[in-house]
Design a protein around this ligand. Structure first.
Ligand code: SF4
Length: 375
């Protein structure tokens, strides 16, 4: 590498004393929703109707909640369906089938989500934190640090908003539904573990308690918080785990993904392998291809050998990501030739490898970039 990589300090904890986001029914289990209404002197059975509007019918206009008594409607909506975020800007690409929304949260924090419609599925990419404390030097979000963790409901709301757009036929291809959710927007999902697991539960809870999605359609990504990967392994929800590895050796990964100074490549990959072993879900290794940094042929061989050392029972595949370049950054995208050679070498070692389709790259649809521009 020509010049040394500048790294920022890792930040795990958000600043203290912040006001909490409004409490919303998506933060709560079904019995908790009922109890909350009763505490406020409202009829508990209305919680189910509100849940049906939110998760089942995807209604957001109180006027349409005609099964609620008009005199109590405002109070009920305020108790369980407060406004969590407002869209500041929506950008479209790929003939309208990619829609990226910049959201303003109640305290002014900015996050983004992306809805991507494919012929056979529709995926929402959600943010889990405003900013990120993991300080990866090639990433726009990492440069701004962590502002705060998002609440369960703030995470879920991004998916519900995407689901509304799909059912209302706002995305070319006619009305449809959201089939997949990937936690690959702003933030390190496992650094906001409790809220993220809460959101996953709301996504898979059957309607009207949740959105009734299949856990198999949900992907949680991480840069490698090993203790949290172990916890997720025990959780018993078969989501797909995506490990953002980006380098197969500690020397380089310590610089590209500073959390590696806490948990080494070997410890991180072992935790991912164990996740695959216990859950029987194939793990995805994410690898952003950076020209002259991590894209050399010897690193492809090293990565292939590392992954194969855990066996060839199909526990893993590699997803190479053409880097979304940050203006002014020393990190640039690898050439197509180097990327193809990387694929060839991994496949020669028997590791299935794909190159990620860079949906919406003309609208900065990579983690953190739109919010960073706005801020
Ligand atoms: S790459 Fe992901 S984990 Fe690293 S700083 Fe960016 S958002 Fe955070």
């Amino acid at each position: 590498m020509s010049e040394p990589i500048k790294t920022l300090p890792l930040v795990f904890d958000e600043p203290r004393g912040r006001k909490k986001p409004p409490r919303h029914l998506a933060d709560l289990t079904s019995p908790e929703r009922k109890a909350l209404l009763e505490e406020q002197g409202l009829p508990g059975f209305r919680a189910k109707q509100l849940s049906m509007h939110y998760f089942g019918r995807l209604v957001d206009d109180p006027e349409q909640m005609t099964d609620l008594p008009a005199a109590q409607r405002a109070e009920l909506v305020e108790a369980l369906l407060p406004t969590l975020m407002t869209p500041l800007r929506t950008m479209e690409a790929d003939k309208g089938t990619t829609r990226k929304t910049l959201w303003k949260l109640f305290d002014g924090a900015l996050v983004e989500s992306v809805l991507m419609r494919y012929p056979d599925r529709a995926t929402v990419c959600v943010s889990s934190q405003a900013g990120c404390g993991m300080a990866c030097p090639f990433c726009a979000t990492g440069q701004g640090g962590l502002q705060r963790n998002m609440s369960t409901a703030e995470i879920v709301e991004q998916v519900v908003a995407g689901a509304r757009s799909m059912t209302r036929g706002e995305v070319p291809g006619g009305p449809g539904r959201v089939s997949n959710v990937v936690f690959m927007g702003m933030g390190e999902p496992l650094a906001n573990y409790k809220a993220v697991i809460g959101a996953v539960r709301r996504l898979v809870d059957p309607s009207p308690d949740g959105l009734g999605m299949s856990a198999r359609g949900i992907t949680v990504s991480t840069v490698g918080l090993v203790n949290r990967i172990d916890q997720l392994t025990e959780e018993g929800i078969p989501v797909t785990l995506a490990l953002s590895l980006h380098a197969p050796d500690d020397e380089l990964r310590n610089e590209l993904v500073p959390i590696n100074t806490r948990w080494s490549v070997a410890e991180t990959v072992e935790a991912a392998w164990n996740y695959a072993r216990v859950t029987k879900r194939r793990v995805s290794i994410e690898y952003a291809m950076m020209r002259g940094i991590n894209d050399q042929a010897h690193r492809a061989d090293l990565l292939g050998d590392l992954l194969r050392s855990y066996g060839d029972w199909g526990w893993v595949h590699v997803n190479l990501i053409p880097l979304n370049e940050v203006p002014g950054s020393q990190f640039t995208r690898s050439s197509d030739e180097d990327t193809d050679e990387f694929v060839r070498r991994l496949e020669a070692k028997g590791v299935p490898t794909t190159i990620r389709d860079t949906r919406g790259s003309e609208i900065d649809a990579a983690c953190g970039q739109l919010a960073a521009t706005e801020a």
